[in-house]
Design a protein around this ligand. Structure first.
Ligand SMILES: C[S@@+](CC[C@H](N)C(=O)[O-])C[C@H]1O[C@@H](n2cnc3c(N)ncnc32)[C@H](O)[C@@H]1O
Length: 337
């Protein structure tokens, strides 16, 4: 089935903040079943093409030629990551980010059993599998899994959702990686908490979880001037100014920016619905799931610009003995230390 987003979503009754507007114009492909049910709350501005789900409403209303359909946001992300063009893109992406190289070198011992979630086209596979005693890659996109299996026939890959790692025993890994902001494509706060608990479950005590998450407070683009010639520096600075204008115009009006947490459509990442956060938000979620935060590295490492220039942060968590509640945080309902 093909669901098109060319026509503007119609404002839903009861969603007073809505405005009708054009979506990204992309076509979503995949096995999405339209569900003509509850109204999604969409905070959409025409020019910015932002969909701002403050709490992860998990539904998104999309117009179709003959009417209005409702589909879940996670279906959209799965459809995007199942698109052969997107799969091809990730198969072609190679090399570790410097932040990853730094964290993996520092914290992953030789002989670790490694689970690589959201493995995509296998960018991290050669590095993580090289010194592992066991390596398994999983992704919720069958296209990504098939591409990895073809690229690395000697290694193990499965289709699995990060929120349900039921195929793996408790305490069966030393290291879990969800690289390149993959955790941000989980579409509700509840589902992300489930993912964190699942990762905690499959890790051994003191095992490590590495992931990155987009910075909700990112507003400007940092010019990467290191190692550039003077001419390149001028060009990169101009480019950064131009891109900053676009990013600031999109991000500034959003609730996610103001509150330091929320769900936005990312036009630079195939139009997927993306969670954005701050280190404070992640620290609370990690504590609830039974992790302690050991280190946070700027996504632009070794550069360390201020938060408004930081696109994402890389987190190194360790499985602690029990869930923890950071100081000054109100306990959630049902909290049992
Ligand atoms: C931004 S890509 C990164 C791919 C790869 N890790 C890399 O760094 O090149 C995010 C990946 O996470 C996968 N993904 C997103 N949500 C997922 C989920 N809930 N469970 C498993 N994989 C997921 C996507 O299919 C995609 O392959």
């Amino acid at each position: 089935m093909r669901v098109e987003t060319r026509r503007p979503p119609v404002p839903q009754a009861g969603a007073s903040a809505n405005r009708a507007g054009a979506n990204s114009g992309a076509e979503w492909r995949g096995g999405t079943t339209p569900q003509p049910k509850k109204a999604a709350r969409i905070y959409l501005t025409d020019a910015q093409r932002q969909i701002d789900f403050p709490t992860g409403e998990n539904t998104l209303s999309i117009s179709r030629a003959a009417g209005i359909w409702t589909m879940t946001a996670s279906d959209i992300n799965l459809a995007r990551y199942s698109d052969p063009e997107v799969v091809k893109h990730y198969v072609g992406v190679e090399g570790l980010q410097r932040s990853e190289a730094y964290l993996f070198d520092k914290y992953i011992p030789s002989g670790a059993a490694v689970l690589d979630i959201g493995v995509g086209g296998g960018r991290t596979t050669p590095f993580l599998s090289a010194k592992a005693s066991a390596y398994v890659g999983v992704d919720f996109s069958q296209g990504m899994v098939d591409a990895c299996a073809a690229k690395f026939p000697a290694l193990e890959f499965h289709r699995a959702d990060a929120c349900d790692l039921g195929r793996f025993e408790d305490a069966s890994f030393d290291v879990v990686v969800f690289s390149f902001n993959g955790i941000d494509y989980i579409q509700s706060d509840e589902a992300r908490a489930r993912c964190m608990r699942e990762v905690n479950r499959v890790l051994r005590l003191d095992g490590r979880f590495f992931f990155s998450s987009h910075n909700a407070r990112s507003l400007l683009v940092w010019p990467m001037l290191r190692g550039a010639t003077p001419v390149q520096q001028v060009w990169r600075a101009l480019l950064a100014i131009g891109r900053s204008a676009g990013l600031a115009a999109r991000r500034w009006p959003t609730r996610a920016f103001r509150e330091g947490k929320g769900y936005l459509v990312d036009p630079t990442e195939h139009g997927v619905v993306t969670f954005v956060s701050t280190p404070e938000v992640i620290a609370v979620e990690a504590g609830f799931a039974g992790f302690r935060v050991d280190e946070i590295v700027n996504g632009l490492y070794p550069e360390n610009p201020p938060a408004i220039f930081t696109p994402w942060y890389y987190y190194s968590l360790a499985k602690a003995g029990r869930p923890t509640l950071p100081p000054n945080v109100k306990p959630p309902i049902g909290w049992q230390p």
